[in-house]
Design a protein around this ligand. Structure first.
Ligand SMILES: Nc1ncnc2c1ncn2[C@@H]1O[C@H](COP(=O)(O)OP(=O)(O)O)[C@@H](O)[C@H]1O
Ligand SMILES: [Mg+2]
Length: 366
């Protein structure tokens, strides 16, 4: 897919205007607080996602305006299309002239991945974010996975309530038997899906990381489960192991007041040259690792959907050495890429692409 033109009106600090990107690499430079990230955010909203900055809809409307409108012309599914997003208190959308019930309905029409410095918390932050990365990515590939996640959470909430009650009666024990069985049935699917996702994504991430580091470093991922599973187990085998483990831990869980084992407690370890990126990685390595995972996600999306997603890379260049910057600028050939950066020097290394400057909300072509 390809973004052909974005028209923005009363959006954040952007002066009303038109952005006509190139089919390959687009670099937007400018000093701090000029509107570079705002421009990427405007494009990102067409993927149907929430703002990658976690902004509320009304924060997207220019300070002195009542509403905002974004119009995107793009090529996807073999034809030219147009989507419009109107933002007032909330976001509404039209696709090819037809009103959608919500802006989220645009999901899947324009596919994209985004890297923002906030995503560095994928490495530095807690396990919840890494679990979310796996689950969200798998949802994009298999939308029905959302149901499995919801079902697991529902059963978990009930089992947790029972743990909290501290009830050791025979009645409670029967209920535990029931929840343990159901939780293991749903939980095994989560663990299985995440492992499947990692198995498909890892070779791609390794290859990208290899390129980023100029062939000097090895990237690896390890799924750390609280359920003592072995490699290559079927979902049924995982369910049996998880059920056993839940039974063994029942007493501990009653003492803790929550369920201490299951995919909701699992983690993903990111390794560079065999060492934890979280504990030992440099800023540049951590940045490269997140970028490799994000681009691998895009590659996988491309393989599964047959469409090339767009890549939005916000502030990706800082703290990267010239080898890594060169790779980003000149070797991501598969997609339309949007890169923002403050320092324009790396652009001297851009062999094929287009540069724009953002100043005070005004975009100009270099
Ligand atoms: N709703 C809004 N209306 C007007 N200006 C806004 C709005 N939201 C953010 N801004 C301004 O946009 C600027 C930040 O733009 P941003 O795209 O993050 O800059 P950068 O070029 O550093 O990426 C800030 O000056 C901020 O005050
Ligand atoms: Mg920015």
């Amino acid at each position: 897919m390809q973004v052909k033109q974005l028209v923005y009106e009363r959006f954040r600090n952007l002066q009303d205007g038109t952005f006509e990107p190139y089919e390959g690499v687009n670099v937007i430079t400018g000093e701090n607080a000029q509107g570079k990230t705002n421009l990427l955010e405007a494009v990102w909203l067409f993927t149907g996602g929430k703002s990658f900055r976690g902004a509320k809809d009304r924060e997207l409307v220019g300070f002195d305006a009542e509403d905002s409108r974004l119009t995107l012309d793009f090529f996807a599914a073999g034809r030219d299309q147009r989507a419009v997003i109107d933002i007032k208190q909330r976001r509404t959308a039209q696709l090819n002239g037809i009103a959608q019930s919500s802006a989220a309905k645009l999901a899947g029409v324009l596919c994209g991945v985004v890297f923002s410095p906030a995503h560095l918390s994928l490495i530095k932050g807690g396990p919840a974010e890494r679990r979310h990365l796996m689950d969200a990515a798998y949802c994009q590939l298999r939308p029905s996975y959302v149901k499995t996640l919801t079902e697991y959470t529902r059963i978990l909430t009930q089992r947790n309530a029972l743990c909290k009650s501290g009830d050791m009666s025979a009645g409670a024990s029967e209920l535990f038997d029931l929840w343990d069985k159901q939780l293991a049935q749903a939980g095994c699917l989560l663990i299985y899906a995440r492992q499947l996702y990692l198995k498909s994504m890892l070779p791609k991430a390794r290859q990208i990381y290899h390129g980023l580091s100029g062939g000097k470093e090895e990237f690896d991922l390890r799924y750390l489960s609280t359920v003592p599973i072995a490699d290559g187990q079927t979902a049924g085998e995982i369910a049996a192991t998880m059920y056993q483990e839940l039974r063994i831990r029942r007493k501990d869980d009653l003492a803790a007041g929550f369920t201490t084992v299951g995919p909701h407690r699992d983690d993903l370890e990111v390794l560079i040259d065999g060492h934890s990126a979280r504990q030992y990685g440099s800023q540049g390595q951590q940045r490269s690792a997140v970028l490799a995972m994000k681009l691998a996600e895009a590659t996988l999306l491309k393989d599964v959907t047959g469409e090339r997603p767009i890549a939005l890379l916000d502030d990706v260049m800082s703290e990267l050495d010239t080898t890594r910057q060169d790779y980003i600028l000149n070797h991501i050939r598969d997609w339309q890429v949007f890169i923002t950066c403050c320092d324009p020097t790396p652009l001297l290394r851009l062999t094929d692409g287009r540069c724009f400057t953002m100043k005070n909300g005004v975009l100009s072509t270099n």
